[in-house]
Design a binder for this molecule. Structure first.
Ligand SMILES: *Cc1c(COP(=O)(O)O)cnc(C)c1O
Length: 391
């Protein structure tokens, strides 16, 4: 085999305004360039304690079992679902977006049976439909997505859903991948039993170490399981020794990703969690004002500030727009998924990307790309965003 003539690494310098990853803060990049230590080094053990403390702050929880799972958000999702689902369990899952479908697939692989509560893509679940599913199927678990990245829908009134589940002796699993660190989320106050996220959304760290928190009821269910979890890597009973007092070897932690996560969480703590939620809402509101003044509309009936879905004019394909934004402006946004494929743009407003300058860049570029289309007023869009963001 020939010696490969591969050049130096020179990735393009993009502005990341899609559904994740978001722009990484320079301090996080710097943290990743610091020296590696062994994952059982006392220095790393101390650092893990700090990461746990910071994760609890952002989750708004005192849960002892709050850890970064090695892997992307889907690994944390699978850790929650595979550990909490026992063969024969009935699990309510949402049918109003792409990630609900992924939850269902994981439940089935763990031997659980799914009951899907549907709503059109672009709308949240209706609590009456969830209640009807409880009445008909007496489920063991209720899983739902707090911020659906495929539709831009924020599931409102989480406490009403957790209360419904608890009144029926079921536990709750909440996908907080696109809300953690960006949109109001209160694990303890809302009585969520298990929640997970990822590093590359509103936290703006690279993907690879993903937040997970489990309350006492959830840990009790896992400890009382009769069958073993159908994953060695993600079996939380095996991981207990690693995260507990002993710090015994289970697998090698992704050390550099943990450094990055720590710095990203530290930035969130410095900003203050409420201030951070407020910033996401304010900046995304500027984006929304610009989109609407330009003559476009959002495709979601329950606005999720961290992920804005924009309905495109019927004659415009989403891929045309996303390609032009990437090639001509170095801006990444995404097109639609599933039921909304081809029809929408998904514009993220997450973490370090949730900034005035990023929003104005996206709107300027979008105005250039769509400006010739019927009913689009690019200048009005920019003016509205500037006005909204000047306050
Ligand atoms: C991104 C995302 C995931 C999956 O995370 P990965 O890091 O891509 O594995 C799960 N749920 C939601 C809502 C997401 O946005």
């Amino acid at each position: 085999m020939e010696r490969p003539a591969v050049g130096e690494l020179t990735p393009p310098n993009r502005t990341l305004m899609g559904p994740g990853p978001s722009d990484v803060h320079p301090r996080v990049r710097r943290a990743m360039a610091t020296p590696l230590v062994g994952h059982l080094d006392p220095a790393f053990v101390d650092l893990m304690d700090e990461v746990q403390e910071l994760l609890r702050y952002v989750f708004r929880t005192d849960n002892e079992w709050t850890v970064p799972i090695s892997g992307t958000g889907s690994a944390a999702m699978e850790a929650a679902i595979a550990n909490l689902t026992e063969p024969g369990d009935t699990v309510v899952v949402p049918g109003n977006g792409y990630f609900g479908g992924r939850m269902a697939s994981m439940v089935e692989r763990s031997g659980g049976e799914t009951v899907t509560v549907d709503a059109p893509w672009g709308e949240p679940l209706d609590i009456d439909d969830v209640r009807a599913a409880f009445d008909a199927h007496d489920p063991d678990l209720l899983a739902f997505v707090h911020g659906e990245t495929s539709t831009g829908v924020l599931q409102p009134d989480v406490p009403a859903l957790t209360e419904l589940a608890h009144d029926n002796d079921a536990l709750t699993i909440v996908d907080a991948v696109t809300t953690f660190g960006g949109v109001e989320l209160k694990v303890d106050e809302w009585e969520i039993d298990a929640a997970y996220s990822a590093a590359q959304k509103c936290l703006s760290a690279p993907p690879g170490a993903s937040p997970l928190t489990l309350g006492e009821r959830a840990m009790a269910k896992i400890e009382q399981r009769e069958s073993s979890v159908n994953s060695w890597y993600l079996d939380l009973t095996e991981l207990t020794d690693y995260w507990g007092e002993e710090r015994a070897y289970h697998h090698t932690a992704p050390i550099t990703n943990v450094y990055a996560l720590r710095e990203a969480l530290r930035l969130a703590a410095e900003e203050g969690i409420e201030a951070r939620w407020e910033r996401h809402e304010r900046v995304a509101n500027g984006l929304r004002a610009g989109i609407e003044a330009m003559g476009l509309e959002l495709a979601s009936t329950s606005w999720l500030p961290s992920l804005n879905t924009v309905r495109l004019p019927a004659d415009i394909e989403d891929a045309t727009v996303t390609d032009e934004l990437l090639d001509g402006y170095d801006i990444e946004v995404a097109g639609g998924l599933g039921d909304l494929s081809g029809e929408i743009l998904r514009i993220g407003c997450m973490g370090h990307s949730a900034r005035r300058s990023n929003v104005l860049s996206v709107l300027g570029a979008l105005g250039d790309v769509l400006g010739e289309s019927d009913g689009i007023d690019a200048d009005a869009g920019l003016a509205a965003a500037r006005k909204e963001l000047s306050n």
